[in-house]
Design a protein around this ligand. Sequence first.
Ligand code: COA
Length: 260
Amino acid sequence: MSYQTLKLEFYNKTAIVFINRPDKLNALNSLVMSELKHCFTELKKNEDIYVVILTGSGEKAFVAGADIAELNNLNMIAAKEYSEKGQEVLDFIENMNKPVIAAVNGFALGGGCELALSCHIRLASENAKFGQPEVNLGLIPGYGGTQRLTRLINSGRAMELILTGDIIDASEALRLGLVNKVYPLTDLLNNAKELADKVASKSQYAVKQAMKAVNICDEVSRSEGLKYEASLFSLCCGTDDFKEGTKAFLEKRKPVFKNI
Ligand code: COA
């Protein structure tokens, strides 16, 4: 897979996707969005890859937002399609069959913050900055930010960020639960790889079922969610991995999972 706006590296069972427009602070233009869709579609099918890390090239930005030069040309009709197509890409990432870790290495503004929100786990560097500054452009978030940010953090704080366009630093993002952990920039990727290795060492069958159960939370009622959890729990109990995991515990050894 080779792309104009993305760079790919592979590490153990992990693919690392770099958004690679550092001279434009990795801003999301249409080409980045279509390449992201293609890349994640391929990674979804790739059975050798268990985890994906998404990050930005350079030391300054994860993604500084949607490309404002492109936004400037939108009319009302094109804008609806633009927003829906972007939402589709981020939904695709959120519904991947393998975990996606955002390694936020600098600015994550507008569409960049929304992109990080569509990932399953967010780690940040100490220089990371988060915000939804669309209101400064006479806009609102259009790639799912109004929905995902409000569900992830305190809704009053989400509203405040969206209404003011304020930019917050990594420690505030950590305090709000917007990111899981903060590291010095030079350690960020290694920590993301370590986390990816840890998840990759588990039963991938169980990992997939866990993701499905957690991801359905926003879509169904609590009682439906619990029923779904019980059915996936039961499916896990029919696997070789379940037999191996429980047997290995009782035999005081490490399990060897076959992911079936
Ligand atoms: N869209 C298009 N280009 C962008 C961009 C964006 N969202 N964010 C940054 N860039 C470009 C700049 O235009 C500049 O390009 P140039 O060198 O060809 O002029 C380059 O990236 C570097 O950005 P610059 O503004 O010079 O860096 P800075 O360190 O002074 O400021 C930011 C960094 C992030 C504060 C500033 O770039 C910014 O406010 N970006 C827009 C953020 C935003 O509103 N995002 C939401 C969009 S919906």
